[in-house]
Design a protein around this ligand. Structure first.
Ligand SMILES: [Zn+2]
Length: 286
């Protein structure tokens, strides 16, 4: 049933009442849209309310829908941007993407695991891992310096942020700087508010009791919050698993309760690139 209310915007805007080129009046004197042909006016024949009112044609409905979608898209993009701004990620990792991944024999396994981890992440943090039901399964990328461990972690981070999942990527060196003179519990609470915490370069922090106590606190509270983390380190598996120092042992034990070790072996990309440059120079001058 047509009712007056359906057709009368409270205050018909200019966009509703504006006559466009091509619009025409029918035999009843009511305006029609020149594009879709639908009525742009309607006569309300009610004894209480005899009136011609403006209505919205299909073109305007389409226009409004397109505008709504555009606004929704922009809102989504700015949400992603806000997530990226809050991620603490170093600018050199902002463009890390799986599509840019330089696959080699040595990093195939890490590449495959990372992609799978990313694809299953949302499900894991909501419903738990399909097998173990754990919601905080993490990864530890370990291997020599320069094999792309941080890049791999950053690929996961960027991919998840595109899915509007909050990620923080930082390092213990940075955390130890930031935490000084701050409310430690509040700072750790801020870290734990994100869905994924990535801590780059474990083992690069100073080995003082103070530093190692903070490192333990960050990791322990992450585990207690039942949320996942990813770590990267240049340490070897033995250095982590068979470290005689009790201060390190309790850190690594806590990490490996929920994180899967993923080795990225091989020669440093930096060394390979330097060798390539050397070769190019030699070829150039030979
Ligand atoms: Zn129209």
């Amino acid at each position: 049933m047509d009712t007056a209310a359906q057709y009368i915007p409270m205050e018909p805007s200019e966009a509703v009442t504006q006559i466009h080129h091509g619009d025409y009046k029918d035999e009843d004197g009511l305006w029609h849209c020149g594009i879709c042909g639908k009525a742009r006016q309607k006569r309300i024949n009610s004894p209480f309310f005899p009136k011609v009112v403006w209505c919205i044609c299909d073109c305007r409905i389409k226009e409004l829908e397109e505008q709504r979608q555009k606004e929704e898209y922009q809102e989504e993009m700015s949400r992603i941007q806000r997530l990226k701004d809050a991620s603490m990620m170093a600018s050199k990792f902002r463009d890390a993407r799986f599509s840019e991944y330089q696959q080699r024999e040595e990093n195939q396994k890490a590449f495959r695991i990372s992609q799978k981890y990313t694809a299953q992440f949302k499900q894991m943090i909501t419903e738990g891992n399909p097998k173990t039901k754990e919601k905080n399964v993490g990864l530890v990328f370990y291997g020599p310096c320069g094999t792309g461990k941080s890049f791999t972690a950053a690929c996961i981070a960027n991919e998840l942020m595109e899915q509007k999942i909050s990620v923080i990527m930082t390092s213990f060196v940075k955390i130890l700087q930031d935490i000084q003179g701050q409310d430690e519990a509040a700072y750790i609470g801020m870290l734990n508010a994100c869905s994924l915490l990535i801590i780059d370069d474990l083992g690069a922090e100073r080995n003082t009791d103070y530093a190692l106590e903070k490192v333990y606190n960050v990791i322990d509270s992450r585990v207690r919050a039942d949320k996942p983390m990813i770590l990267t380190t240049n340490l070897t598996f033995d250095e982590m698993m068979r470290n005689p120092d009790i201060r390190y042992r309790r850190i690594y034990d806590r990490i490996f309760e929920h994180c899967i070790p993923v080795e990225i072996p091989g020669k440093s990309f930096r060394i390979i690139k330097a060798a390539q440059r050397q070769k190019q120079l030699e070829d150039y001058f030979s």
